[in-house]
Design a protein around this ligand. Structure first.
Ligand code: ZN
Ligand code: ZN
Length: 364
């Protein structure tokens, strides 16, 4: 059985456990995960004995190529997707149909509820996302490739940094290099933040130049084929102030402590706490205003979350970011982010961009 069929079988058990006979998968990324199909605007109907992609004529060829053997219902204009769903579901007549509450909007839900007379809709959340948390061998090799692409691009861009470059130019260079190395592009719009901008954890890359401040934070990632990476480094572009040295040291210690805490059966909140404790003890607790990390895969932010109050435990095959930070308004911020695989006996850090303070300076 191919890996997509295996995933669909696992989903079938989850759907049964949720009290439904079938599921309508409407999240595009979940459809990709379950079928290998990479187009958009398509749904998957999955019951105990059927798996049908509902798509449209634009994708007929792609479907044959990417998921041969899978049943497809190809609609042509002017038939609407909602009518197509009605047709497929009313033919199979499940009494209870699971829908993805995080993907379907209220208007679609109401419409389906109205049209699917003999079927009760069951709202579910995270069924496929839960499967996606554990990466198989192929997924891991795609993530490794995405990390490698990000690292190669960063090395080239870093070697070419010039004082007069703007944040936006550097972001553009990263994208350009990732594509030259064969990637699809950036995993997300890179954050290149000079000085005070780095105090905003989700800063937009703008027109500030490197020469305006001795600190630049770069948060970037690559998309290889389908999978993504996510890294952050801070570079010093001038003389390092004692303040930067102190804060960098605290964040680096926090990040290393969190990575050391990662392993199978470790509660996710404990990994967050390992980093947070160090930052709090140094007096910067209130300046670390986000959770420690998140899963990466088909999406740059996906389950699980390494955050306070997350009692679930890590499992082998999960890939998470570890990204503590300290942000000081008007001054700047330091965040260090790596991608880490949970293994059977501990963890493996997939990214290898040097991160000791001495490795971060001077960049221009
Ligand atoms: Zn990031
Ligand atoms: Zn991240």
């Amino acid at each position: 059985m191919d890996r997509h069929a295996q995933r669909r079988d696992k989903l079938r058990s989850l759907v049964r456990a949720a009290g439904a006979e079938a599921i309508l998968v409407t999240s595009e990324v979940n459809v990709t995960y379950l079928t290998g199909f990479t187009g958009d605007s398509s749904y998957l109907f999955l019951s105990a004995d059927e798996a049908i992609i509902l798509s449209d004529a634009r994708y007929e060829e792609d479907l044959q190529e990417e998921c041969p053997g899978l049943d497809c219902e190809i609609r042509r204009p002017p038939v609407k997707m909602t009518e197509w769903v009605e047709r497929v579901v009313n033919r199979a007549k499940p009494r209870r149909l699971a829908v993805e509450a995080d993907s379907l909007n209220v208007a679609q839900f109401d419409l389906f509820e109205d049209q699917l007379k003999s079927t009760t809709l069951i709202k579910t959340s995270g069924l496929v996302e839960q499967l996606r948390e554990i990466k198989d061998k192929e997924e891991l090799s795609e993530i490794r490739e995405a990390v490698r692409l990000a690292e190669r691009a960063f090395a080239v861009v870093r070697a070419g940094l010039r004082a007069e470059q703007t944040e936006r130019e550097i972001a553009h260079q990263l994208e350009h290099q990732i594509r030259l190395f064969g990637g699809r592009g950036c995993a997300f719009s890179p954050i290149v933040a000079v000085g005070p901008q780095a105090a905003l954890p989700h800063a937009k890359s703008g027109s500030r130049r490197l020469e305006e401040n001795p600190l630049v934070l770069i948060d970037w990632g690559a998309q290889g084929r389908l999978y993504r990476s996510d890294l952050t480094r801070v570079l010093a572009t001038g003389k390092i102030s004692p303040k930067l040295e102190t804060i960098y040291g605290v964040v680096l210690r926090a990040q290393k402590a969190a990575i050391a805490a990662i392993g199978p059966n470790v509660p996710m909140e404990d990994v967050d706490a390992a980093a947070r404790r160090i930052i709090e003890d140094a007096g910067y607790g209130k300046n670390f205003g986000h959770s420690l990390g998140h899963g990466i895969g088909l999406q740059v932010h996906e389950a699980p979350r390494l955050s306070q109050g997350e009692k679930r435990v890590l499992k082998p095959g999960m890939v998470v970011t570890v990204e503590p930070g300290i942000y000081l308004p008007k001054w700047g911020g330091v965040r260090i982010e790596d991608d880490v695989l949970v293994t059977r006996d501990g963890n493996e850090v997939l990214s290898s961009v040097p991160k000791e303070l001495a490795d971060c300076l001077p960049a221009v």
